[in-house]
Each structure stands twice: as structure tokens, then as C-alpha cells.
Design a binder for this molecule. Structure first.
Ligand code: PEP
Ligand code: MN
Length: 361
């Protein structure tokens, strides 16, 4: 399915050179803090825009909720001093109005707002007749439709300089990331709207400095159009998200170490080899699908058999034995434990679905 968005060609409003980098503090804390950060970032890291949070949506009350409207001019002045457009997060119509009054150049909608269609619509209404770049962060939950819906609402208000930001998702599985990247979701979004620019926010995915570079590089390898990174002149005293903010010089080093690969190569030998390997993949996939279909056919027969003999669908010992035995086999073949477990779970779910259908016939 394709998503029909009426947007401007990204080449006309995102920086020509990839990647488009928005960097700056999680929160604007003082005129001095945002200016010092802006100067350090602009000189060395060659960023495209300066970010700074003004209103901070906090999970629990009584934590720092941002400096509010009075900090908008601090952000704008810092941007002016280094010749950069400035970006901030809006969560309601009032925020949009205050940003317009203070000449803020770029807006984004945060993850906690994207989940709420009422809030998104309120922001969209406040943006009617306005022509400026707006980015929509993915919702906290891994729900592509909420993300699409928010993009559609903002676009329907007339915003054509539209982009998305991938900042990872809350998940029950404990991972080393603050927010699980689930790359398949931004990839699905890219497939649905190939013209929509997508930035990656590695800071909120990683949640700490150690994982930051890996996510930045992965984003570049996933053909993302740019990055939004939290950078603070002195992260140790940051009033929000201290663990994940990076100081400008370390950030510069990371940017310089990024490896930019191209999507295509004109090297003929490379092309021929790639083509050959892809043919092999096509054949393997075909075989996998036929085998899966065969497996599901047998599953159906077993279902029939169980029904005739009044036996339950799930026999937990059999399932445990399958997982144990297949995981071992997969390990011997060099496949990861996590991968094979996920795959088996999917296969098992489908098998149960088929047998339930047989039972209810
Ligand atoms: C932020 O960018 O500071 C922020 C609050 O991000 P998110 O909406 O992704 O949590
Ligand atoms: Mn933050």
C-alpha cells in the first residue's frame, strides 16, 4: 500500500548534502547553555539545524518540564548567532502559536503526542496556512498506523515540508536500548512513502552514549536522510536526559567516523556478483516458502487427527521439545538463538491458528 502525501521534494528544503543533521540540547536550560552548545556544534560538527526542547513531556510529574515560552528567544538567538535554523517540539496549539511568534524555523511532534490523534489534530489546525518544515516522531508504541495518521493530519493542514523521525519504540522485551529500534517500521514507512524524508534519533533509541555511534551508523546504512542528536555543552549537568546527551566534540568525532555507503555502485563486477547472489537468495526464499506450505499442510492433517481423537491442540511437552531441538540445530548451523526462537514462535502461532480452524469446522 502506498500513502498519498502531498509533499515538497526533499531536495528543495532539506540540505542538499546528506545527512541532514539536527543537533542540540535535550532542553534549552539558559541562554548561555544553548549558545555555547550551538557555537561548539556549528564550528565543528557541521550540523544543519539546532534543536532544543522548550516544553518537556515528562513521564512523571515533579521533574524538569522545560523552561517554557521564555526560552524560545534564547534558542532563536543561539541559532542566529551561528547562522542555523532552530527546531523545537510542540505538543499543543499554544506551543505552535508561541513558536510562530518567535520565528522558530522547524517544528517536531514528539513521540508522546503522536499517539494522540486529538493532540495531533489540534497542532494540525494551528498550522493551517503555515509553510514550514514539520517532523513527526514515531509514536511510543510500535504502531505504524498512528505514525501514518499523524503525518496525514499534518499534511492535510497544508504542511508540505514534511518529514518523519524514527526514535525507537517501547517494548516489553528488555533490550540494551532505551527504545527498541525495530528498524522494520521505518523501512515499512519508507516503502509506503518513498519521498518522505526520514531522520533517525539515535539518542532516544540508544539512551546512552555507548550505543550512540552504532545506531548512527546503522541509520546511515538504512538509507535514512539524516539524524537528530541530543548534544549538550556539559552533559554531566544536563537537566534532562543527561545519560544520552553527548558533548559537541565527541559528537564531532562520531560524525567524522561515520561511514557513508552508497545504495548502488557502477562497478560492473560488483553488479554481476550481486545479481548472482541475489538469484541464489530468490531460490532459497522460494524453497523456504514451499517448505513452509508443506509444513502447514501436515499441521492441518494433524489437526484433523487430533479432532477425531478428541485431543487438545497444544501439547506443551511436544512444543518444548521442538524449541529445544530446533534451537540446538540452529546453533550448530550458526544461526542466532534469538532469531530461531522468534521464527519458531511465528510458525507455532500459525500452526495453532490452522488447527483451531480445523477443530471449529
Ligand atoms: C526529545 O526529542 O527531547 C523528546 C522528548 O523525544 P521523544 O518525543 O522522542 O521522546
Ligand atoms: Mn530528550
Amino acid at each position: 500500500m502506498k500513502l498519498e502525501l502531498n509533499i515538497k521534494d526533499k531536495a528543495t528544503w532539506l540540505s542538499k548534502e546528506k545527512p541532514f543533521i539536527i543537533a542540540g540540547p535535550c532542553s534549552v536550560e539558559s541562554p548561555e547553555q544553548v549558545l555555547a552548545t550551538a557555537k561548539a556544534l556549528a564550528v565543528n560538527a557541521k550540523i544543519s539545524a539546532l534543536r532544543g526542547g522548550i516544553w518537556k513531556p515528562r513521564t512523571r510529574p515533579n521533574s524538569f518540564e522545560g523552561m517554557g515560552e521564555e526560552a524560545l528567544p534564547w534558542l532563536k538567538e543561539a541559532g542566529k548567532a551561528v547562522g542555523l535554523p532552530v527546531a523545537t517540539e510542540v505538543a499543543k496549539a499554544e506551543h505552535v502559536e508561541a513558536c510562530l511568534k518567535n520565528d522558530i524555523d522547524i517544528l517536531w511532534i514528539g513521540a508522546r503526542t503522536t499517539v494522540n490523534p486529538f493532540s495531533v489534530q489540534e497542532i494540525a489546525d494551528a498550522l493551517k496556512g503555515v509553510d514550514m518544515p514539520v517532523f513527526v516522531k514515531n509514536p511510543i508504541t510500535p504502531d505504524l498506523n498512528l505514525w501514518l495518521g499523524a503525518l496525514e493530519r499534518i499534511n492535510a493542514a497544508g504542511i508540505q515540508q514534511l518529514g518523519a523521525i524514527h526514535r525507537g519504540f517501547s517494548s516489553f522485551d528488555k533490550t540494551s536500548y532505551r527504545n527498541a529500534p525495530m528498524w522494520e517500521l521505518p523501512i515499512e514507512l519508507k516503502l509506503m512513502c518513498p519521498n518522505l524524508p526520514i531522520l533517525c534519533d539515535p539518542s532516544h533509541i540508544a539512551g546512552n552514549i555507548d550505543l550512540l555511534f552504532g545506531v548512527m551508523q546503522k541509520a546511515m546504512d538504512m538509507e535514512m536522510d539524516g539524524l537528530m542528536v541530543e548534544s549538550h555543552i556539559d552533559p554531566s549537568v544536563a537537566m534532562s536526559d543527561a545519560e544520552q546527551q553527548i558533548d559537541p566534540s565527541a559528537f564531532e568525532e562520531m560524525i567524522n567516523n561515520l561511514h557513508f555507503r552508497t545504495t548502488a555502485s557502477s562497478n560492473q563486477e560488483f553488479k554481476a556478483n550481486l545479481e548472482q547472489l541475489r538469484t541464489v537468495i530468490d531460490e532459497i526464499d522460494e524453497e523456504l516458502i514451499r517448505k513452509l506450505a508443506l509444513r502447514m499442510g501436515v499441521i492441518g492433517k494433524i489437526g484433523d487427527y487430533k479432532k477425531q481423537n478428541d485431543v487438545t491442540i497444544l501439547q506443551i511437552e511436544r512444543w518444548e521439545q521442538i524449541v529445544k531441538n530446533r534451537t540446538m540445530l540452529a546453533g550448530e548451523s550458526g544461526l542466532s538463538n534469538e532469531f530461531i526462537k522468534k521464527l519458531l514462535e511465528l510458525i507455532h502461532q500459525e500452526s495453532i491458528r490452522i488447527q483451531t480452524e480445523v477443530m471449529n469446522k
